[in-house]
Design a protein around this ligand. Structure first.
Ligand SMILES: NC(=O)c1ccc[n+]([C@@H]2O[C@H](COP(=O)([O-])OP(=O)(O)OC[C@H]3O[C@@H](n4cnc5c(N)ncnc54)[C@H](OP(=O)(O)O)[C@@H]3O)[C@@H](O)[C@H]2O)c1
Length: 272
């Protein structure tokens, strides 16, 4: 894709799903990669998959790290990104989701979701951004659930709305350093996280969210790089998700009426 190339990218959550699809797009542009996630075996499998599938070995490095562990992120990621190792693209994609009824959702899950999605993103930004040079890019991954709060996503939406606020404020600050910040808001995407979410999703969540369709991770990655090329701040893959965002901004009452109506008509609710 003309006009957009990166020398070195750090991708948290790069071992799976959307992060892996972003890594696949980048390796085809000869970008050096550092994939960050907790499970070392999954990281190695992802690195092997990328080099064997694309026949390119620009150097795929891996770093096993829990982004919620601030001390480890500061030390290990700081070391991996200092000076000439500084990336010109940082993608904060690692995240978790555990939907359920607010009254059933354990507060420990809320805490874990905040620690991973919001504090984890913060930790990585603090460790890496100081090394980034003018012209570099930062992408934080939020969600359509960061644009419209829907049934079953109280904990998740809190963190994903938070990521948009963090990104918007950071966009303003880093513009003075010549670093652009974007926030990616995918709809439901066919990844291991979505499979995991489906295990605890209340039927109302399926009724409300089932109308926006499911994208492939590759479609999300493609939309991301198209948005970056156009210097977009908010990047929303998929036509339906863009419509939702448009309606939410201009006619929020319509969106609220729609999601309330869908929440009343779930398939397979116990009391039906
Ligand atoms: N799939 C969707 O429908 C959807 C929709 C909107 C937004 N998103 C967002 O997109 C991002 C990627 O999701 P995905 O669907 O691609 O999920 P995924 O396939 O499950 O991948 C999640 C990645 O994050 C890593 N990760 C999770 N917790 C971590 C931690 N504490 N420290 C370091 N790495 C961690 C995982 O590796 P380890 O488990 O080995 O650490 C894995 O590499 C998330 O932020 C998610 O909220 C997803």
């Amino acid at each position: 894709m003309s006009g957009l190339s990166f020398r070195r990218a750090v991708i948290t959550g790069g071992s799976s799903g959307i992060g892996l699809a972003i890594a696949a797009w980048l390796i085809q542009q000869n970008t050096e990669l550092l994939l960050v996630a907790r499970n070392q075996k999954k990281l190695e499998q992802a690195a092997a998959h990328l080099t064997s599938t694309y026949g390119i070995n620009t150097g795929v490095q891996t770093l096993s790290l829990d982004i919620a562990d601030r001390a480890a992120v500061t030390e290990k990621l700081g070391e991996a990104c200092s000076d000439e190792l500084a990336p010109d693209l940082l993608v904060n994609c690692a995240g978790m989701a555990h939907p359920d009824y607010f009254q059933k959702l354990d507060s420990d899950i809320f805490d874990a979701t905040v620690r991973t999605n919001l504090t984890g993103t913060w930790n990585v930004l603090k460790a890496v951004v100081p090394f980034m040079k003018p012209g570099s890019r930062v992408v934080n991954v939020s969600s359509v659930a960061g644009l419209v709060g829907t049934f079953g996503y109280t904990a998740y939406a809190a963190t994903k709305f938070g990521i948009i606020g963090l990104s918007e404020a950071l966009r303003n600050e880093l513009s003075l350093k010549g670093i652009r910040v974007s926030v990616l808001c995918p709809p439901d995407t066919d990844t291991p996280q979505l499979e995991q979410e489906n295990l605890t999703k209340p039927p109302e969540t399926k009724a409300v969210n089932g109308n926006a369709g499911i994208l492939k991770p590759e479609q999300v990655a493609k939309a991301l790089f198209k948005g970056l090329r156009k210097n977009r701040f908010i990047i929303i893959p998929g036509f339906q998700s863009n419509m939702i965002f448009f309606l939410k901004r201009l006619f929020p009452g319509i969106i609220y009426s729609m999601i309330d109506m869908y929440a009343k008509k779930p398939i397979g609710r116990d009391d039906e």
